[in-house]
Design a protein around this ligand. Structure first.
Ligand SMILES: [Zn+2]
Length: 181
């Protein structure tokens, strides 16, 4: 990782080397505490130390992440791509497709480590993972809309009936009976 990078935060502070794990270095902004890590460095680290546990870097745990900020790559200034870590809008990391750099806002690396994801970044960045979370988000949004429309009691009861129906050997006949006049 180039240690002479300037952070893209408003302070444009110089970035300092930071150890994300034993033998895995990134750089960190002294102002916003954001960090950049090269995916190549991560891959080399992963191959050399498959069982090594990443460090939880950060001074404090931040519960709420920066949602709106658009991130520019500190190395090339291109717009970074937002990637889902989990379903919902609250946890995304940024990637520069050109440089293969990852950006972690303050608290995000620690959150990845605590969820056991810091050594599974290749999975997390895969199309399959991103697609699965997108599908999950669409499904959750649909359920939320149904709950707003019909009320929690109604949807809970529907879930209960569906759960019971799924245990019945004659499920389809029972459903047909329900629909019959
Ligand atoms: Zn870049």
């Amino acid at each position: 990782m180039n240690p002479n990078l300037k952070c893209s935060c408003t302070a444009h502070a110089a970035m300092q080397p930071v150890a994300l794990a034993e033998a895995l270095l990134g750089v960190q902004c002294g102002d916003c505490q954001g960090m950049v890590m090269a995916m190549d460095d991560w891959r080399a680290w992963k191959v050399a130390h498959p069982n090594r546990v990443p460090h939880e870097v950060d001074d404090e745990v931040i519960e709420v992440f920066d949602l709106a900020a658009v991130r520019h790559c500190p190395a090339c200034d291109r717009l970074m791509q937002r990637l889902r870590v989990s379903a919902g809008p609250d946890f995304r990391i940024d990637r520069c497709v050109a440089c293969q750099n990852l950006w972690f806002d303050q608290g995000e690396w620690r959150a990845l480590v605590s969820r056991g994801l810091a050594d599974r970044l290749d999975e997390l960045l895969s199309d399959g993972w991103q697609r699965r979370l997108q599908t999950e988000e669409v499904r959750e949004a649909r359920v939320a809309a149904l709950r707003r429309r019909y009320g929690d009691d109604c949807i809970d009861e529907l879930d209960r009936i569906r759960g019971w129906l799924d245990t019945q050997p004659h499920r389809d006949e029972l459903l047909a009976l329900l629909r019959a006049d």
